[in-house]
Design a protein around this ligand. Structure first.
Ligand code: FES
Length: 542
C-alpha cells in the first residue's frame, strides 16, 4: 500500500464508507468528497482508509432499492465489525443509502459521523423552476393528457437534473439527511448544503477532522441515538413536511438502537408540530432556496419549543447549542408557525378495518376535497393488472372513485414507490388531477396526491386490503384518522376464508432470505434477525 509505520502508528484508523458508483448519479461527487474527508483525517492525526460499499441508486434499481436497504445495512455492519476500525464516516444521501448506512453502523456501534451528499441545484425549463420528481410527475400528467409534446418532454428531462447531488425537493433524500442531522449524527447545518457548493467540500474536510476526535473521545453512535434523538428526528420530519418514507426508515433505525418508535408517536407529534418549510411537493421552493434561507438549523430554531434540546450530537455539543441563534433569512421559505404551510404536521396515521396496524397519508400534498371522502373502489390485484386496465374507459371510473392496488407491500412486491397510482388518461383529459388512492406500497417523497400508503398488514399476507372488491365503498376521514371499508364483518370473514395466499417468489438467494425475514411496514421493514438484541460477538469466536 506504500504506507510507512509512521503513517498509522498510534493513530485512530478511520473508515470512510463510500457509496460512490457510476450507477448512482446522486453521488457523482463522492470520489472528491472522500479525498476531502481524508485531508481532514490526516490534519487531525488520524489514518484514513476509504472503503467502497454497495450503493442504492434510487432511479435504477429493480424492483426497488427498498429491497436492498437491509442488505447494505448488513454489509456495513459486518464491514465495521470485521476490520480494525476506530471510527467511521458514512457517505450517503440517495434515499435508502441513508438508513442503510446508519442501521448497519448502529448495530456495529463505532464512533460515526454521517456525510450527507447534499441536494443538487435547482432545475429549469423554459424559464420555469423545476423540482426533482415533483415536477416530473406534474408534467407527466400533462403529457398523458395530451398537453405536452415529445420534444418539450425531452427538454424537460435535460433541465430537471443539472448537477451532482440528491433530489432537491423535500423528497426522501432531503428528508432522511435532515432527520439524520436532527438525530445528532451530522455536523450542524451540513444536511442543507447543496452538493456542488464549495462549502460542501469544506464540510467534508471538517468531518474528517472531527471523526478523529470523536474516536479518541470514544463516543459511539448508540450513545447519541437515544429516545430524545428520535423524538427530535420525528419533530424535524413533521416541520419539514417530509417524505412518508421517513416513517418506515426511522422505525427501523430506532429498532437497531433499541429505541421503541411507533406509528402512533408520529401521529401524536404531527398533531402538534406545524409544517413550516415551504418546499415542494407540499410547498413552493427547493433545497437551494432552503439553504439560502438559513437551512435546517434555522428551521429547527423556529420549532425549538418542540425539541429535546439536551440531546448530544457528534460535534460534542447539544442540539440546543447547535441551533441557538440560527437565523431565517427568507420568511417565505421558512415560515413562522403562525404562517405555517400547514398547522398540523406533514404525515398522518390512519387506522380502521382496512388498516388494523395503520397506514399513512401526507394530507398537505392532497386535494382537500379528498380528505373526507366516500367512494366506490376500483381494485387491481397487481401493478401489471393496473397498467393493463387503468386507462380502459369501460371501467367507468370518476373523480370520486377510489383506486386500490393490492400485493405491493414488503412481501408482495418489495414495497416499491408505486403508491402515487396513475389517474386514468380519460380523467386526466377531463382535468382530474387527484383521486383517492390506496395501497400497501410506498410513494416517492417527491410525489403528491391523496395517496394512502403503507397499509398494514399488507395484502400478500392476508391483510384486509386483500379482501376489497371493486364496487365496495371506502371511507376516509383524515381529521379523525379513519380509514374504513364499508363491508360487514360477516362478509369479510367469508372473503377471508376464500382468500388464497400468493405463492412466494424466491427459491434461493437474497430474495429467499428477504421473504423469510422482512417485517411489515409499521415495524420498519427490517429483517427480524437484524433488529436490536444481545451484542454480536467479534468474528474471532469462530
Ligand atoms: Fe437519488 Fe432522488 S434519485 S436522491
Amino acid at each position: 500500500m506504500g504506507f510507512d509505520t509512521e503513517d498509522f502508528k498510534a493513530k485512530p484508523v478511520i473508515g470512510i464508507l463510500n457509496t460512490w458508483s457510476d450507477l448512482n448519479n446522486c453521488h457523482t461527487h463522492f470520489r472528491d468528497r472522500a479525498q476531502e474527508v481524508k485531508r481532514g483525517v490526516w490534519q487531525a492525526g488520524g489514518f484514513p482508509l476509504e472503503i467502497p460499499v454497495m450503493t442504492l441508486s434510487e432511479s435504477f434499481m429493480k424492483p426497488t432499492s427498498m429491497v436492498y436497504r437491509n442488505l447494505v445495512a448488513l454489509e456495513v455492519e459486518e464491514t465495521l465489525r470485521c476490520y480494525p476500525l476506530d471510527g467511521v464516516v458514512l457517505m450517503g444521501g440517495c434515499d435508502k443509502t441513508v438508513p442503510a448506512l446508519i442501521m448497519g453502523a448502529t448495530s456495529a456501534n463505532l464512533p460515526a459521523i454521517f456525510l450527507p451528499a447534499g441536494p443538487m441545484l435547482k432545475g429549469c425549463w423554459r424559464g420555469e423552476t423545476l423540482g426533482s420528481g415533483t415536477d416530473m410527475w406534474k408534467y407527466w400528467a400533462e403529457r398523458q393528457a395530451g398537453n405536452l409534446c415529445g420534444e418539450a418532454w425531452g427538454e424537460l428531462e435535460d433541465g430537471i437534473a443539472r448537477s451532482p447531488g440528491t433530489c432537491m425537493t423535500m423528497g426522501t433524500a432531503s428528508t432522511m439527511c435532515a432527520v439524520t442531522e436532527a438525530l445528532g449524527l451530522c455536523l450542524p447545518g451540513s444536511s442543507s448544503i447543496p452538493a456542488v457548493h464549495s462549502t460542501h467540500a469544506r464540510m467534508a474536510a471538517a468531518i474528517g477532522r472531527r471523526i478523529v476526535d470523536l474516536a479518541w473521545e470514544g463516543v459511539k453512535i448508540r450513545d447519541l441515538l437515544t429516545e430524545d434523538a428520535f423524538h427530535n428526528a420525528v419533530v424535524t420530519d413533521m416541520a419539514l413536511g417530509g417524505s412518508t418514507n421517513a416513517i418506515v426508515h426511522l422505525i427501523a433505525m430506532a429498532g437497531r438502537a433499541g429505541v421503541t418508535l411507533t406509528l402512533d408517536r408520529f401521529d401524536e407529534i404531527s398533531r402538534r408540530v406545524p409544517v413550516i418549510a415551504n418546499l415542494r411537493p407540499c410547498g413552493d421552493y427547493l433545497m437551494e432556496d432552503f439553504y439560502d434561507a438559513g437551512g435546517l438549523t434555522a428551521l429547527l430554531n423556529r420549532v425549538r419549543g418542540h425539541l429535546r434540546l439536551d440531546a448530544r450530537t457528534v460535534n460534542g455539543r447539544t442540539l440546543g447549542e447547535n441551533i441557538a441563534g440560527a437565523e431565517v433569512f427568507d420568511e417565505e421559505v421558512i415560515r413562522t408557525p403562525d404562517r405555517a404551510v400547514s398547522k398540523a404536521g406533514g404525515t398522518f396515521v390512519l387506522r380502521g378495518n382496512l388498516a388494523p396496524h395503520g397506514a399513512v397519508i401526507k394530507p398537505t400534498a392532497a386535494e382537500p376535497r379528498l380528505l373526507s371522502h366516500r367512494g366506490p373502489a376500483a381494485v387491481f390485484a397487481s401493478y401489471a393488472d393496473l397498467k393493463a386496465r387503468i386507462d380502459d374507459p369501460a371501467l367507468g371510473l370518476t373523480a370520486d372513485s377510489v383506486i386500490v392496488l393490492q400485493n405491493a407491500g414488503p412481501i408482495g412486491a418489495g414495497m416499491p414507490e408505486w403508491g402515487m397510482l396513475p389517474i386514468p388518461k380519460y380523467l386526466l383529459e377531463r382535468g382530474v388531477r387527484d383521486m383517492l388512492r390506496l395501497s400497501d406500497a410506498r410513494m416517492s417523497g417527491t410525489s403528491y396526491g391523496a395517496c394512502v400508503l403503507h397499509i398494514s398488514p399488507e395484502s400478500a399476507v392476508g391483510g384486509p386490503l386483500a379482501l376489497v372488491k371493486s364496487g365496495d365503498r371506502i371511507e376516509i376521514d383524515v381529521a379523525t384518522r379513519r380509514l374504513h371499508l364499508d363491508v360487514s364483518d360477516e362478509e369479510l370473514e367469508k372473503r377471508r376464508a376464500a382468500w388464497v395466499a400468493p405463492a412466494r417468489k424466491f427459491a434461493r438467494g437474497y430474495g429467499k432470505l428477504y421473504e423469510a425475514e422482512i417485517t411489515q411496514a409499521h415495524e420498519g421493514c427490517d429483517f427480524r434477525f437484524l433488529r436490536d438484541g444481545p451484542e454480536t460477538p467479534e468474528p474471532d469466536i469462530f
